[in-house]
Write a protein that binds this ligand. Sequence first.
Ligand code: NAP
Length: 454
Amino acid sequence: MPYATTNPVTGQVEASFEDHTAAEVDERLALAASTFEVWRRTSFEERSRYMVTAAELLEGELPVTAELLTREMGKTFAAAKGEVAKCAMTMRYYAEHGHAILSDEVISSPATRSGVRYDPLGPVLAVMPWNFPLWQVVRFAAPALMAGNVGVLKHASNVPQAAMYLESLFRRAGFPEGCFVNLLIPGSRVADVIKDDRIAAVTITGSEVAGRSVASTAGSVLKKCVLELGGSDPFIVAASADLDACVPFAVTGRVQNNGQSCIAAKRFIVVEERADEFIERFSAAMSEVVVGDPMEPATIVGPLVSANQRDEVAGQVADALAKGARATAGGSAIDGPGFYYQPTVLTGVTDEMRAGTEEIFGPVAVVYRVADLDAAIELANSTPWGLGSSVWATDETEQARAIELLDAGMVFVNAMVASTPELPFGGIKHSGYGRELASLGMREFTNPKTFYVA
Ligand code: NAP
């Protein structure tokens, strides 16, 4: 698919861009490789100065940049403003803490002096998705650039202007040319870039299919790879849950980003004694969610990213309803030029239905009833994924049990799953491997080099 901005509100193509030719890609990789030799020798203080300038520019350009995100992929303007602000905050975080996170570890041994230092790897290819067009890239780039790597971005084909904006932002902030380069290439050309000797490592955020392809290519050339893939996160309502606190987050957890978030709550697993009340209150709240133009301040849910995505969600729900599931809220697409879908709650879903086994990337919640917390944890763990999980319980024994036994990269208690620069982010099983953010994420693209001075 060629690079184009298609506004999900109108379905109109607003801009399109030619893919880079092989010669242009070669030129950009050469620039990235030569800049790395300069950048790795640049002090943390200097790197920090550019990163803070990038954050300042981003903050100064916040409304215009946020509107661009809304036009390219349909998230609400309010959510887009939040995304831009979070990117600036994260840049500042790594500008301030990056040096300490990567400072040498001194380890006592028979040596006079020994330990570990964290050296950059080189140009890192980042294959990124459209759902958080700025945040997904910045959460990779801020720590990776501060560590002394250079970034090579292959963004999703429907957010070309977000990709070009980021390249321009880093350049205008003072980063040397080649420190962050953007490649406009289709997924089918990613393998060639991974195999290029000038690329040191690769990270991908996206679907399982794309993740398998990237990981197998990286494996074939023995390059480091981080995978941030899909999920079907559980949202467990335990016997001791405070429903007044939990129901609003159940709604936000499912409909955030128009339902298109990897860490959205997707399977609501409720113990029998709280199920009737939860389903009634949750369904009522989902029915009241305002769907509409993402630029309108009252809108909570805008359009899905594309007609294909809306039809995919519609197909998953129609399949469930045809096989005996029940919609206690919503249940169909909304007519119009935009790609809108009603916030929906499904009950009675089984594994014979697509909604029971597939990730739903839209504002559709599946609610399950289970006997008790152990059964909830068993059901939560029964999928191939293991990204985030949210547990609602006021009882500390229930909280501790869920934190210990859930098979997921992240367990949030009495909160919806979210990312923040201080804490590691990532999953297990088919949700991927490796971590982003925090010290674990920052060290992914470093060489933990042992030093020993006799
Ligand atoms: P996608 O189709 O996998 O696209 C992601 C990126 O991979 C795009 O840049 C895409 O390029 C590229 N790509 C596609 N096929 C490829 C291939 N065979 N080889 C190399 N690159 C390839 O995913 P999406 O639809 O944009 O995003 C939705 C998925 O991402 C969901 O499953 C969601 O859960 C997951 N996600 C995970 C996280 C996380 O942190 N774990 C965060 C956000 C989203 P083109 O656009 O050119 O095809």
